[in-house]
Design a protein around this ligand. Sequence first.
Ligand SMILES: Cc1ncc(COP(=O)(O)O)c(C=O)c1O
Length: 416
Amino acid sequence: MPKKNFYGLLEKEIERIDESRTSKRDEKVISGFTPEKRAIIGGKPYLIFNSNDYLGLRHHPTVKKAETEASETYGAGPGAVRFISGTMQIHKDLEGTAADFHGREDAMAFSSAFAANLAVLHCILKGQSRTSLIDKDVLVISDELNHRSIIDGIRVAGLDKPNKAIHKHMDYGDLERVLEENAGKFKRALIVSDGIFSMLGECGDVGKIQAAADKYDDKYEEGIITVIDDSHGVGCFGATGRGCEEATNGKCDVILATFGKGFGSDGGYIAGDKTMIDYLRESAATYIYSNPISPGTAGAANASMKIVDSPEGKELLSKLNSNIEYFKNKMKETGFVFAVESDHAIQPILIGDAAKSRALTDGLFEEGILVTNISFPVVQRGRDEIRVQISAAHSKEDIDEFVEKATRCAKEAGVL
Ligand SMILES: Cc1ncc(COP(=O)(O)O)c(C=O)c1O
C-alpha cells in the first residue's frame, strides 16, 4: 500500500526529532496535587517552577467555585459555536469584564490566544473574503522574536515579502526605519508584537510602538493598526496587572491575551474599539466556526479577572513582585548569571551550553523540582538557559529550596 510510504516518512521525521533531542511528546503527566500544590508525577511531589500560573489563581477557591457554578447553570460545554446557540450569559459577562479591565469599548473571547492571533491577523491583514472591503494592500511589521501564534497568524494571512517586514528585537528605531521606508507603498500597516516575550521575560515597549505608529499614521492611506499580544503580562505585570501597556505607558489598538496564564484559567481574548470587535465577530473564523471556551472556564476566567482587580489581587501582585526580587537576589548571591535582567515572573538563567542546561534540569527533576531548559533553535546557540517562572503561590521557603538544589545540581553539572 503506498500509504505505508507516507507512514515511513513520518517515522523518519520522528526519528530525526528524537535524534536532535528536541522531542516534546514525552510529556510529564501530573496525576494530582498535594495540599501544598506540589504536582504529583509518578507518585512523587514536585515543586513547580515552570508554570504560567503566576498568581496561583488556578487553585483559588473562588475561581473553582465560579467554574462549578457556571457548569451547573449552563452545562459542561457550550453545545454549539457562538452564533448558533453557544453564547451563554457567562461569555457576555466575561467579555464585559475584559473590556472594563482594559478600558476598552468591547472584548471578544476565543478558545485560546493562539486562535485569537490566527483570526485577528488574518482578518485585519487580508479581510475575510475576496469580496470584502478590506483588501490586502497591507504591510505587516513583526518583532523578530514574536510568538509562534503571531508568526502563524501572518502565515495564515498568506503574507510574505514585500508585504511582511521583520524588525530587530525590541529595536523601535528599526521599527521606525521600516515604517519610513514603506511610507506611500501600502494602504495600511499593522504592527504586531508580544508584550512580555516568553523566553526571556522582556517587556515590549507599547509606548514606543504606539508612538511610532502615531508618527507615521498619516503616511499610510488607511493608517497604522497596532496589535499587542501580552499573554504573559496581563494579570501579573504592571502596577495593577494591566501588563506591558501599563508598565510602558502605552495603549495599542487591539490588546490580545490569554486567560490561561496569569488568570489561571483558559481561553484567549481581545479587547478594542467597538467597530474593530464588531468586524471581528463577523469575520474571525476561529470565533465563528469553532466552539467558545466552556461555560465553566468562562466563569473561572471572569472570577479571576475580578480577583486581580480586588485588594486581594493587589496583594497577590505584590507577593509575586517580592518573590521575584527575593529569587533574583538569592540567585545572584550564589553566582548564577541572568540571560537578561527581567522584572517579570519569567527569570532566564544563562547556562550557555545545551548539554549542561539539560543536565541541570534533569538534576533538578531528580530533586523534585520542575523547571524548563531552553536551547537552540528557540534561543541563539550559546544562549541556552533555564527558564524559571516565579509565582505568588511560592513561599520564600520554596524559593530557598530551589536555590539550594539548583546550586548543588549546577556544581555537579559544571555550571557553577
Ligand atoms: C505571546 C503568546 N501568545 C499566545 C500564547 C498562546 O496562548 P494560549 O495557550 O491561550 O493559546 C502564548 C503561550 O505560550 C504566548 O506566550
